[in-house]
Design a protein around this ligand. Structure first.
Ligand code: MN
Length: 195
């Protein structure tokens, strides 16, 4: 990750320069899920870390049921400002389609060393979103990462994706976002629950 070289060059037992992690921990880290109706509907799960949004594409979206494991494909880091993007990506461009900020909030790692957890492929964290809350894990398997809810007071068998289909920032459905941004309304509507 981006602070690796900085840390490699320093012995923090000797220098009083900051290691970088404790300072970051004092500031709340952004969490966002963007519902994205591109060629296929998916949910982009993003966690702020080291100045970027670590990103996973979750084809079926998150489940609050701890017995359900959702495939999460690691994709490229995104800029922090991307967390505010809700609108239309022009057809023919990368990811062309409609994007909704489906959930937003902050997150906290549950282990002290996030870098180590990511390398090990087992990142436990707590979400403080409008929709998703409580303890979760991203675990890496041979087939990719899995996003899984831990058992706690926020675990539920209810399908949060259909129960709460609207934007966390505008309260709009995908078709409404497409409409006001001159996107493909018919295509966007495929990602909304049937009326
Ligand atoms: Mn996407």
């Amino acid at each position: 990750m981006s602070l690796d070289e900085y840390r490699r060059k320093r012995d923090f037992q000797i220098t009083t320069e900051p290691k970088g992690q404790r300072a970051r921990r004092t500031k709340k880290l952004i969490y966002v899920i963007q519902k994205h109706q591109a060629s296929h509907l998916h949910y982009d799960f993003r966690l702020e870390w080291n100045g970027v949004l670590l990103s996973w594409a979750v084809p079926k979206g998150p489940s609050t049921d701890p017995s359900v494991k959702r495939l999460a494909m690691k994709v490229e880091d995104h800029p922090i400002e991307y967390a505010n993007f809700e609108g239309v990506i022009p057809e023919g461009e990368y990811g062309g389609g409609t994007v909704m900020v489906w959930d937003r909030g902050t997150w906290e790692p549950e282990a002290p060393d996030v870098e180590e957890a990511l390398e090990r492929g087992d990142l436990k964290f707590t979400l403080h979103g409008k929709k998703l809350k409580g303890s979760w894990v991203l675990v890496r398997t041979a087939r990719g990462w899995l996003l899984i809810k831990h058992r706690d007071e926020y675990a539920s068998k209810e399908d949060v994706l259909t129960a709460q289909p609207r934007s966390a920032i505008s309260n709009r459905l995908l078709r409404e976002i497409a409409l006001i941004n001159h996107g493909n309304v018919e295509k966007a509507a495929k990602g909304d629950p049937a009326a």
